[in-house]
Design a protein. Sequence first.
Length: 563
Amino acid sequence: MADKVETPVVEKQEETVPVEGAAKEGGENASKKAQKKLEKEQEKERKRLEREAAQLKEQEENWLKELKEDTLKENYGDYILVQSQEKTDRKWIQVLSIDESMVGQTVLIRARLQNSRVKGNVGFLVLRQQFSTIQAMISKNDVTVSKTMVKWVGKVPCESIVDVYGVVSKPETEIKSTSCKLELIVNKVYVVSRSRAQLPFQLEDAARQQKKEEQLAEYNNNEGDIEESKDNQASVSIKTRLDNRIIDLRTPAKQAIFRLQSGICQLFREYLLSQDFVEIHTPKLIGGSSEGGANIFKLKYFDKDACLAQSPQLYKQMCIQSDFERVFEIGPVFRAEKSFTHRHMCEFTGLDIEMSIKENYHELLDLMGDLFVHIFKGLETKYSKEIEAIQQQFPFEPFKIKTPVVKLTFEEGCKLLKEAGIEQNPLEDLDTVTEKKLGDIVREKYDTDFYMLHRYPISARPFYTMLCHDDPNYTLSYDFFMRGQEITSGAQRNHDPVSLAKRAAECGINVETIKDYIESMAFGAYPHGGCGIGLERVVFLYCDLYDIRNGCLFPRDPKRIAP
Ligand code: ATP
């Protein structure tokens, strides 16, 4: 190092130092020199930017000129802002409805531009509508499509909404990447709304296939952002997806999941209406600071204390005693549960049922069995396209159901566990691990993913559950399971005010606090029972998704209250 410093230049500088002030002068000169150099560089940069801007302007002007001079310019462009200026008789069709009988027809579709590849005079677009996609081919033909039009299409940003007119045609080689196997030969394209902002992630990354183990890993590591997977393809973490749910929901599997969810509600409603049930809407704002349990969201109702309903159960029961006979509700349920599990949220949708019973709670169990068969068969037949779209991203084994539905008593369940070497006290509730094991055993033995377990021990059920007449250690209650996990809890309720009050006191409840409830049975009460089903649980278990939040549009958990 030292050797290198001893250069002639250094020696010369040392010789000229003696005069006082010269150093200062030299320093000033140096800084002036540096300043000048800097100014020169800045000027150079400014000129470069000016040149670039001029070039861009020229390109832009040339492009506008090219567009203006295009004789086929009527066939493409940006719509003016749609403000209900006109009402024409144009017919937009759904990609899902395009089939071979339409080959040769010109159709109009409104869709998102998922991506485009333009090279020279030819371009390939992928258009997406909910969970269907179709390829659109644009090629210069000088009749409807000019070279400028192809170029213009290539500049439309992905995720913009476009109106495309095209002729349905059958491609020579099968298109693998789109759900529709026919393609459109484009003759007109218009932009309805341009995508102007940078996407938080690429849709194809959020739509990448995720096997069960990958979903589990993602659940265990949900703090992450965009991750690199083994095969170097980016995948988007559930946190990032939920933070940007509007974009995430655009992916085909999510579109299909929420159509399936809607289907479950529709089939639930359809079946119950056919069985003379009445749809009701009970209040979600409840007076007092407690609805009679833990996990309550408390709030102020003007100057009074109130809370959010944890279940519509009391109101459903009151409706039975108000002579509605059979009622159901689809509504929100709030639970301030600080549990971080893959199957609990702080707000979920309850599918609730309550009905009068003539003589036996099996009337209720049988009706529930038929209801679930109606739902599962309905999904299979009416939602096969949605199921296929979900399978593309989240592969799962088809849901198996046996008719008549498998019904086991709690004691029979314990026996099956025992035969498999698992000890379970028949007078205590099952924990979730044992529930899962019993689910596996039942699947193996009965070839079904859905079954009912009933006659739960008294220790596992609340005070209002009716006791079994033949054994007071057991109750007329039940849980239903999908793939070994609970989706429903229900029971025949005790409608006798005297034994109800006695049982509440035995359970350590201050009877005074539930006086209204007990009193509601005192004016002549129908024997009755019901249950509550968690909608998101049915969705996530049907599709065997690991995390319940995948089955909820905008999930609420202890860490998330937005978006
Ligand atoms: P779990 O034992 O699974 O916590 P639970 O016994 O508290 O459920 P119930 O109060 O009987 O359940 O509610 C009826 C149904 O509502 C459950 O079977 C489940 O499908 C659904 N459910 C209950 N709690 C939640 C929750 N926190 N998030 C999502 N769904 C729920």
